[in-house]
Every structure is written in structure tokens, then in C-alpha cells.
Design a protein around this ligand. Structure first.
Ligand SMILES: C[S@@+](CC[C@H](N)C(=O)[O-])C[C@H]1O[C@@H](n2cnc3c(N)ncnc32)[C@H](O)[C@@H]1O
Length: 231
């Protein structure tokens, strides 16, 4: 199945969901029950569902030993914790980018209004939370904006897993900014990329992302669309 056909099926209102190998929706739910309730969504102010959380963990645990994941949009560290719990088994590192509570005037100008700017988690709070969860030394929090961070990225650090959940009007821009640093066979996952569970702008950008290059192992998990570079 090519990627546009895959996306059409994933986003269809009717008909069977995407199923390949062992029934994927059943598998996602099973994984969600086993691994998707570890960190408290309400406490963290997180936005991912239990099935999505479990698959983030699973994908992060599947990258090469000592590999790198980049998260765009860390917020309170919920998705970061799931990424880290997967990545720990391969001894890799997560770079998690977010402006946190810095320069709120600038954030107010740039915001897509998807998260409240009042009481935004601070970098320090998230750092403490991740350390308390046992991830000390496995992550670096970068206070800033994805495109600026990408423009200063060390080209020696190849990215094995790019998780896009930042500004919902900029998913394609985020992909393009980090694309030069993706390792061969890297996984890319986009959150809120479903017309019913996400945002139209992300759906539009997801179409563009997956229309470029060749992709394999495509997955649709609730609002996440993900695939592995195959060219
Ligand atoms: C939907 S929240 C992320 C939720 C988090 N991934 C989770 O599941 O718990 C989006 C976050 O991205 C941040 N953000 C917005 N634009 C950004 C950018 N250009 N680079 C990095 N983060 C950005 C927002 O401030 C917000 O904290």
C-alpha cells in the first residue's frame, strides 16, 4: 500500500481500520493497557492517549543501540517519559525541545493556542520530574523553538526517532528543519495528525511529509501517523 492510500484508510470515517500482521488496533490497545498508564496524565498536563503513549515507548525501544530521539513539544514531560522508558533499554538519549515558560510574550505572539500559557511547566520542573522517574543522564531539555534548535544542530548527531508535537501549524516545517539530520531508517511520528482526533493543519502537513521520500512500517495510532524512512 502506498502512503497516500494508507493515510486515506487511516483517516476514513468508515470501513476497517488499518490492519496489518496481528490486528493493529487490538495490539495498540493491549500495549496501551500494559504500558500506557505509567505516568499520570493529569499531573503532567499531558495530551497523549494510553495507546499513543505505549507505542511511543515501543518505537523508542526499537531504535539502534545508543541512538537519538528528538521530541518537538515536551510541555510537562509526559510523552518524554514514555520515550525515555523505551529508549532506556537501548541506552540512547532524548533531546526534548520546548520554550517551557520562557519569554511568555514571545510565546503569546507565536502560539497556536493549543496549550494555555498560564502556569506552563518550567524546564526545571520537567527536569526534576524526569530525574525522579529514573531518567537522569538520558535526556537533555532544550529551552527554545524547534526551527532555531535545528539551525544550530550538531550534524554529527544523527536522529533515529523524530517525534513532532510542537506548534500545530508547523509540523511540515519541523520535519523539513530536522530532515537533514535523520539517520537512514529513522522513524518519524506526528501527533494530532487525524481529522477527527487532531488538527486540520497537521493533517495537511502530514500528507506533505509522507508524500515525500519513501516510507515503510507505517502506523496509525489514534491521532499519530508514523513511518520509517525507506529510501
Ligand atoms: C501539545 S503540547 C506537547 C504535549 C506533549 N508532547 C505531551 O504529550 O505531553 C505542544 C508544546 O509544544 C510547544 N511548542 C510550540 N511551538 C514550539 C516549537 N516551535 N518548538 C518546540 N516546542 C514548541 C508548546 O509551547 C507546547 O508546550
Amino acid at each position: 500500500m502506498d502512503t497516500s492510500e494508507f493515510l486515506e484508510k487511516a483517516w476514513a470515517n468508515e470501513g476497517p481500520k488499518i490492519i496489518s500482521g496481528f490486528s493493529r488496533p487490538l495490539y495498540h490497545n493491549l500495549m496501551g493497557l500494559l504500558h500506557g498508564y505509567r505516568y499520570n496524565k493529569r499531573d503532567y498536563g499531558g495530551m497523549i492517549r494510553h495507546t499513543e503513549a505505549a507505542m511511543l515507548k515501543k518505537w523508542a525501544s526499537s531504535i539502534r543501540r545508543g541512538g537519538t530521539a528528538v521530541e518537538i513539544g515536551c510541555y510537562g514531560g509526559l510523552s518524554t517519559s514514555y520515550l525515555l522508558s523505551g529508549l532506556r533499554s537501548v541506552g540512547g538519549k532524548v533531546y526534548a525541545i520546548d520554550p517551557f515558560n520562557s519569554d511568555l510574550d514571545k510565546q503569546a505572539e507565536l502560539t497556536d493556542d493549543c496549550v494555555p500559557l498560564e502556569n506552563k511547566p518550567t524546564k526545571k520542573i520537567v527536569e526534576q520530574r524526569l530525574n525522579k522517574n529514573g531518567f537522569e543522564g538520558l535526556f537533555e531539555l532544550i529551552e527554545g523553538y524547534s526551527q532555531e534548535v535545528a539551525s544550530n544542530w550538531n550534524p554529527d548527531i544523527k536522529i533515529d526517532f523524530l517525534w513532532i508535537d510542537g506548534n500545530h501549524d508547523q509540523a511540515y516545517l519541523d520535519f523539513k528543519s530536522f530532515e537533514p539530520y535523520l539517520a537512514p531508517g529513522a522513524r518519524v511520528a506526528v501527533h494530532d495528525a487525524h481529522p477527527r482526533y487532531g488538527y486540520d493543519a497537521v493533517v495537511r502537513d502530514t500528507k506533505k511529509i509522507f508524500a515525500e521520500r519513501k516510507w515503510a512500517s507505517m502506523e496509525h495510532v489514534k491521532s499519530i501517523i508514523s513511518g520509517v524512512l525507506a529510501d
